[in-house]
Design a protein around this ligand. Structure first.
Ligand code: ADP
Ligand code: MG
Length: 622
């Protein structure tokens, strides 16, 4: 981490340092700073140009990237070399995005479905990280031009549901662009800051931040007290946004005109021009009742009422997320004091009305919804610079994090909706005598069996000195830093051997997958609990069988022939029970075996104590 020059006396950042706030959006990106005089956040723009830079990269035939408005102009002319919505690809594999492949008019590489996705233009391949870095580099250059000072430090925002891979990818993109990314901040957290809510220490409030952008939807419930922003819960969908509204209009026009998607596919630039017209129609319908235009010799028309009908389902989906977020936050809709609207798509009156009706109050839309996230990032940058020590920021984990234990059970270390940064630790031990290694598999999700959750990574703790089963103390620590990156470490406390990883999962989860995982956990809660009980009973049964076997092998003379027979019968009964799905039966047979072996154990104990008294060492493996 880079050192920041801080004035020790005042706690403020040295004059020459400038930390900017960047909203790296799916559709638009922009830079904001806290104005040094008025202490108000401002979005940077040149003269009367827009502050919004289209998040679009065009590659000219020489492979030189062109970013922003100029690139947007090329979408119709050269769709195959004009990359939009690259943020949707961040940290994703082709498998993750293939359902949406239609959406991309450029070539998304699909040869290896498991690895991270790349985009092909001519004979060059670009990762989403590189594509994002071109956008960031453009923003950096613009900011330097406007501010007339070098810009090297930034706070960059990401959707609340971005996972570790996606956050890391965003960080990497910043690095590639020559930016030191001091903090990755959740967009809704930044937006709430931009509204200044919570800056007054006296005010205690519960806030809902509804962010509907071009490609992503996020709802966050924040609790603000004593200047602390506490994110109670988040929900969302990285595949829901204004782009989908555009597609709904496109499809409507295609149906109306009797044009098939297949036909249209032959003409990529027609697709693009239709897409842009659809967006134009949508924006027009935010303030007018009808939109009419000419396209490819046809006249296109759509009314506001028709449009609202087309997107009603999409808006309802966002309300469903709101419902879940409110529930997860442990509050009632009536407890929400303020509702903050974020993202260009919240300009659609039907969206505002639906959200307002859902929460039963009028919504905040005073701050420009396209700029509000960047403005908040600038405030966060100022806080990081040490200029605003009264404000803390807390983010949360969207899914529980844990490790696999005996029988494939999920052992949660950090529960879902925990505040970030956070850490948690627990001690585990070995199953087998002399076991020199333990595999630590890290999972994310809400189900009781790890097979139903998502594996984030695994590593081996090796070199544990030979010890009897149960004796090693393996301390596992989970640490989530302020950026939401998880590191997992394991240390055997008796020997001191240790090992750790930083989790960079192969590819990410979409928000709908996160939601699906949550829904699944609710739906399967009953069977999961039953299954956990069964697995626990089985594990206990197996352990007792193993212990008994070992005991008999080590103490052949301790049992009479009759006792051996009794024990063997009880063991066989337990073994049979283990093959069945009956927890109670297993527990009965465990109890029965215990009943039979208890006297031997006591006898062995007496003998061992006797031996110890005679000065002999105990055999710990018994
Ligand atoms: P992102 O954060 O995903 O980059 P933005 O917050 O910039 O997204 O929102 C972009 C979306 O907002 C686009 O789908 C754009 O068409 C839509 N949008 C912008 N202005 C309007 C408007 N007046 N009416 C409806 N939608 C709008
Ligand atoms: Mg946005």
């Amino acid at each position: 981490m880079a050192k920041i020059g801080i004035n020790i006396a005042t706690g403020s950042l040295q004059q020459s340092e400038m930390i900017v706030g960047i909203d790296l959006g799916t559709t638009h990106s922009l830079v904001a700073i806290l104005h040094p005089d008025g202490k108000k956040p401002v979005a940077l723009k040149e003269h009367d140009a827009s502050s919004l830079v289209p998040s679009i990269v065009y590659f000219d035939p020489q492979g030189m990237p062109v970013v922003g408005e100029a690139a947007k102009q090329m979408m119709e002319l050269q769709p195959e070399r004009t990359i939009f919505s690259a943020k949707r690809l961040m940290g994703k594999s082709y498998k993750d995005v293939q359902d949406h492949a239609d959406f991309f008019s450029y070539k998304v590489i699909d040869d290896d479905t498991e690895s991270l996705v790349k985009v092909q233009v001519d004979d060059r391949f670009y990762s989403p990280v590189e594509l994002s870095s071109y956008i960031l580099k453009e923003l950096k250059t613009r900011a330097e031009h406007i501010l007339k000072t070098p810009v090297t430090k930034a706070v960059i925002t990401v959707p609340a549901y971005f996972n570790d891979t996606q956050r890391q990818a965003t960080r990497d993109a910043g690095k590639l662009a020559g930016l030191d990314v001091l903090r990755i901040v959740n967009e809704p957290t930044a937006a709430s800051l931009a509204y200044g809510i919570g800056l007054d220490q006296e005010v205690e409030k519960t806030i809902a931040v509804y962010d509907l952008g071009g490609g992503t939807f996020d709802i966050s419930i924040l609790r603000i007290h004593q200047g602390v922003f506490d994110v109670l819960s988040t929900h969302g969908n990285t595949y829901l946004g204004g782009d989908d509204f555009d597609r709904a209009i496109m499809n409507y026009w295609l149906e109306q005109g009797g044009i098939s998607r297949e036909e249209l596919k032959q003409h990529p630039n027609l697709v693009q021009s239709l897409r842009l017209l659809a967006e134009k129609a949508k924006k027009t319908l935010s303030s007018e009742d009808v939109f009419e235009t000419e396209w490819n010799g046809d006249s296109l028309r759509i009314t506001k009422a028709t449009f609202e009908g087309l997107v009603k389902g999409l808006i309802d989906q966002t309300l469903e997320s709101c419902r879940m977020a409110v529930k997860d936050a442990g509050v009632q809709v009536g407890d929400i004091d303020e509702v903050v609207m974020v993202g260009g798509s919240t300009r659609v009156p039907a969206v505002k009305q639906a959200v307002s009706a859902f929460f039963g109050k009028s919504v905040h839309d005073e701050v420009n919804p396209d700029e509000v996230v960047a403005l908040g990032a600038a405030i966060q940058a100022d806080i990081l610079a040490g200029n605003n020590k009264d404000t803390l920021l807390l983010d949360i984990t969207p899914l529980s994090l844990g490790i696999e234990t005996m029988g494939g059970l999920m052992d949660v270390l950090i529960p879902r909706n925990s505040k970030v940064p956070t850490k948690a630790g627990r001690q585990y031990t070995t199953q087998k005598d002399g076991q020199s290694g333990i595999r630590i598999s890290v999972f994310q999700g809400e189900r009781d069996m790890v097979k139903d959750n998502r594996k984030l990574g695994e590593f081996n703790l090796t070199g544990i000195p030979a010890m009897p089963a149960g004796l090693p103390k393996v301390d596992i620590q989970f640490l989530i830093n302020a950026d939401g990156i998880l590191s997992v470490s394991a240390k055997e406390l008796r020997s001191g051997v240790s090992q750790s990883i930083e989790i960079q999962p192969q590819y990410g989860l979409t928000d709908s997958q996160v939601e699906q995982m949550l829904m699944d956990s609710i739906q399967h809660a009953k069977t999961d609990i039953a299954l956990r009980a069964l697995v626990e009973a089985r594990t206990e049964g197996e352990q007792i069988l193993e212990m008994t076997e070992r005991f008999i092998a080590k103490n052949p003379t301790l049992l009479s022939g009759d006792e051996l027979k009794l024990t063997a019968d009880a063991m066989q009964a337990l073994q049979l029970a283990l093959t069945m799905e009956d927890k109670n039966l297993i527990q009965n047979k465990v109890e029965a075996l215990n009943e039979v072996t208890r006297p031997f154990a006591e006898r062995a104990m007496d003998q061992a104590v006797g031996q110890a008294l005679k000065g002999k060492t105990l055999d710990h493996s018994v």
